[in-house]
Write a protein that binds this ligand. Structure first.
Ligand code: SF4
Length: 228
């Protein structure tokens, strides 16, 4: 099959951004297939091992433009969307550019961003820490994090499960000279009750280190439901 102008899509849906600096904002989500990591707490395993459709760029555009929130923000999520960065480039510049005011690309911070850049593209970088149980050599790419740290439009969102994660995140922030104004800590939790408990636990660390807390609105509202 010729996959030149196609991209593997798991789902497209309209929702609210649940996490990070734009939490609460309406957006259209394009969830792409595949990831280069396998985190223990992954809540989108279906994007790694489930069904996908190789969608051609024109069909994808037709589907996305039906959602009014696309006019404001389109979020590429996964999986790890930057596995397909050349295809995302083509989509953003040639197919979806006029449609929206803003793109967000979610990434685990292990793959360099595309060379071509535009003021419309924002990155939500979420480096995985020890609690992900992914080997350090796979999940930690200092050159990539340093590159994102130089970008005004990159925000960092560290998923924190325990105190060791806090120490590791603070060390990465220092090593990669990440501006703490661009950082948030996000509680790792799979359901509503765990989220409340973990948010209360993480609160003091955020106050102590002057780091913003990221909410997880979709879990608060819907628990473990997918495609929200
Ligand atoms: S990086 Fe994200 S999508 Fe990939 S395995 Fe980890 S949590 Fe899941």
């Amino acid at each position: 099959m010729d996959q030149k102008n196609k991209i593997p899509v798991v789902e497209i849906f309209e929702s609210l951004q649940g996490e990070g600096p734009t939490a609460g904002m309406p957006a259209t989500f394009i969830r792409l297939f595949g990831c280069n990591l396998e985190c223990r707490f992954c809540d989108t395993a279906y994007a790694l091992h489930g069904n996908k459709e190789w969608m051609d760029f024109s069909s994808l555009k037709r589907k996305v433009e039906k959602y009014p929130s696309s006019w404001e923000t389109i979020v590429f999520t996964g999986g790890e969307p930057l596995l397909w960065k050349d295809k995302i480039d083509a989509l953003c510049y040639h197919y979806l550019y006029q449609l929206t005011k803003r793109f967000e690309i979610e990434t685990n911070g292990t793959i360099l961003p595309p060379v071509i850049d535009t003021s419309k593209i924002f990155y939500n970088v979420s480096p995985k820490l020890g609690s992900s149980c992914t080997p350090v050599r796979k999940r930690r790419k200092l050159d990539v994090l340093k590159q994102f740290a130089t970008m005004d439009r990159a925000m960092f969102k560290f998923p924190i499960a325990n105190e060791k994660d806090v120490v590791e995140a603070l060390s990465l922030i220092k090593k990669c000279t990440i501006d703490t104004q661009h950082v948030s800590f996000m509680p790792v939790a799979a359901n509503r009750m765990a989220l409340i408990t973990k948010t209360q636990w993480l609160w003091g660390f955020c106050v102590k280190h002057k780091i913003r807390m990221s909410p997880r609105l979709h879990i608060l509202a819907f628990g473990e439901e997918r495609g929200i």
